[in-house]
Structures are given as structure tokens and as C-alpha cells.
Design a protein around this ligand. Structure first.
Ligand code: ADP
Length: 308
């Protein structure tokens, strides 16, 4: 469905995307993950024909995006990092405007009704976009990407700037859309791709450093188990005790509370899970555990594990 070969982009002297190759099959949901400045937006913009590239090749369903941009673009619905919304149009007017702009051929009324329905925008259709919450603006942006009835959807940082509830809603919508679309989603948040993608591409400083199934990344992340633990006991002694426990890779003191309890972050060595060990050992010491909570692996952990 999407084929990228040796894609490279220089902005003047600055190398932003460095010889990237990958392909995405029909129906796949692929996460494009990397820290800020890694080259995600640049790649998304080249993939969607919004930006030319310095060298390489990029084709959509066999159609070269530079040679045949309008035909290739017809297959793609794109939600850029900042969706181009017109704040003085209502939701419905905006979707009608895009419909006309893209010269859609489906029944105008039925098609737009259906999109409004799928995106849960029924109550917002007569409201001015400028007056909608950020979460609803993002839904209108996604609705706009759906108007041309594309097979492929490309989302650039779709949840940036949203509150936690809106993030969950947008992720659920993307998951629903993944049933009948090929999707590429760029993000700098690891749990985001873990939540919605089958496969993860990791980009760092313009280079593709990993192309893995999500389950493999999850395994990798769980091999570097981390948790926080709150312990009632003498802070210094507890800290030394934790650090000396076999299987502890790193122990960090986080905070202490008025009742004399201290909070630590424990990172286990590969293959170790210290939760049980510490439960028994601290009970023996008579230093009660008040709380223990697993912390998901960070993007940094996965980077370190992958680049080792
Ligand atoms: P990401 O989306 O992963 O945050 P970008 O693709 O936006 O990364 O940027 C990749 C690199 O290219 C960054 O170092 C950024 O500063 C640089 N860059 C992006 N756009 C431009 C531009 N228009 N001119 C010059 N440098 C740019």
C-alpha cells in the first residue's frame, strides 16, 4: 500500500530524514515513533505529497507521489499536526467545503451525515469550529481527512495538546477507523502506539532505528520492569537496602512524606521482577510497603534496549 525507499530530506544543510525505507501493507496500523525533532512530521509531509524530498522514492498503491501527486493524494486522508480548520465555518459547512474542494462523487448529504455520525459530531454540526473544544476540533480535523473516502489515513501527533479524556476518545476513534483503513500515526508517546498500532517504526535523528511488531516492543519494555514503591522506614537505610538487592539495576529516591514514608523508583535488571522479593524482604525488616505501582517503560528505555 505504501512504499518508501531511501527517502532523504535536507532543509538547506540540515539533514532531517536520512535514507529511510519501509513499506506498509493494506490494513496495517503502523506507529511512527520518535522524540521531538526526529523527523516524523517531515516524513509524514513527504508521504502525503505536501513536501518534496531530496532523494528517494515514495509511492502509494503503486502511484509515485511526485510523478502523480493528485492521484496519489486521492488515496490519502491526512491530519497534519496543526489541522487547517476554518474557525468561522460550522462543522457541516467545513465538511461540505472539503467535499467540494476534493471533488467527491459520493452522495454529498449521505456521505457527510455518515462522517458526522462516525465521528460523534452530531451535536456540533451547526456550531462554529472556532467555538469547539480542542478535542472536538481534532475530531473535525479527522472528519475532514475522511471526506475523500481514502483507503489510507495518516495522523501526525493526533493527541497533542488534548486532555486525558479527549486522548482516550481520539485513540478509540482511531482504533475504530483501523477496521477498514490502513493507518500511519506519528507520535512521541510510547503508550499511544502500544494502544493502537500493530507495528512500530522508531525514528531517531532522521534514521529508522527499529521496525518491530508492537508485541516485541512490549516484551522489550517489560524486560526493563520499573515500579515505584513507598516504604515506611529509615530513609537512608532503606535506600541502601534497595540498592543492594540482587536484581536492582537502579534505585532512585523520589520523595518523602510527613509520616516518615519514602517513595523510591526501582528499575529491575533484565529478567528480574523484584516485587515479590521486596515484599518478603521488607516484611522481614519490618519496614512496611504502603504502596507499589508499576511504571510503564519509557520511550528512553526502549531506545536504550534497542540500540544496545
Ligand atoms: P518531528 O516531527 O519528529 O518533531 P520534524 O520532522 O518536525 O521532527 O523535524 C526534523 C528536523 O528538521 C528537526 O531538527 C527540525 O528542527 C528540522 N526542520 C523541520 N522543519 C524545518 C524547516 N522548514 N526548515 C529547517 N529545518 C526544519
Amino acid at each position: 500500500m505504501i512504499q518508501i525507499e531511501h527517502l532523504t530530506k535536507y532543509y538547506g544543510q540540515k539533514l532531517a530524514v536520512d535514507d529511510i525505507s519501509f513499506s506498509v501493507g493494506e490494513g496495517e496500523v503502523v506507529g511512527f515513533l520518535g522524540p521531538n525533532g526526529a523527523g516524523k512530521s517531515t516524513t509524514m509531509n513527504m508521504l502525503t505529497g505536501y513536501l518534496s524530498y531530496t532523494s528517494g522514492k515514495c509511492s502509494i498503491d503503486g502511484i509515485d507521489i511526485l510523478e502523480n501527486p493528485s492521484e496519489a493524494k486521492r488515496l490519502i486522508g491526512f491530519l497534519p499536526e496543526q489541522p487547517p480548520l476554518y474557525y468561522d465555518m460550522t462543522t457541516r459547512e467545513y465538511l461540505q467545503f472539503i467535499y467540494d474542494l476534493k471533488r467527491c462523487t459520493l452522495n454529498r448529504r449521505e456521505h457527510i451525515d455518515e462522517i458526522i455520525d462516525v465521528m460523534g459530531l452530531q451535536e456540533m454540526e451547526k456550531r462554529l469550529i472556532g467555538q469547539l473544544s480542542k478535542g472536538f476540533k481534532q475530531r473535525v480535523g479527522i472528519a475532514g481527512a475522511l471526506v475523500s473516502d481514502p483507503k489510507i489515513l495518516i495522523f501526525d501527533e493526533p493527541t497533542i495538546g488534548l486532555d486525558p479524556r479527549q486522548i482516550i476518545e481520539i485513540r478509540e476513534l482511531i482504533r475504530a477507523l483501523s477496521k477498514d483503513h490502513t493507518i500511519i500515526l506519528s507520535t512521541h508517546i510510547l503508550p499511544e502506539v502500544q494502544a493502537v498500532c500493530d507495528r512500530i517504526l522508531i525514528i531517531d535523528r532522521g534514521r529508522l532505528i527499529a521496525d518491530e511488531k508492537t508485541e516485541n516492543i512490549n516484551t522489550l519494555a517489560s524486560e526493563n520492569r520499573r515500579f515505584t514503591i513507598q516504604i515506611l522506614g529509615p530513609k537512608g537505610e532503606v535506600f541502601t537496602f534497595l540498592r543492594k538487592t540482587e536484581g536492582a539495576a537502579k534505585v532512585e529516591f523520589l520523595s518523602s512524606s510527613k509520616d516518615g514514608a519514602s517513595l523510591f523508583m526501582v528499575q529491575c535488571k533484565k529478567g528480574y521482577d523484584l516485587r515479590r522479593t521486596l515484599f518478603y524482604a521488607l516484611a522481614e525488616k519490618r519496614w512496611p510497603i504502603l504502596e507499589m505501582s508499576t511504571v510503564g517503560a519509557s520511550l528512553e528505555d526502549v531506545f536504550i534496549a534497542l540500540t544496545k
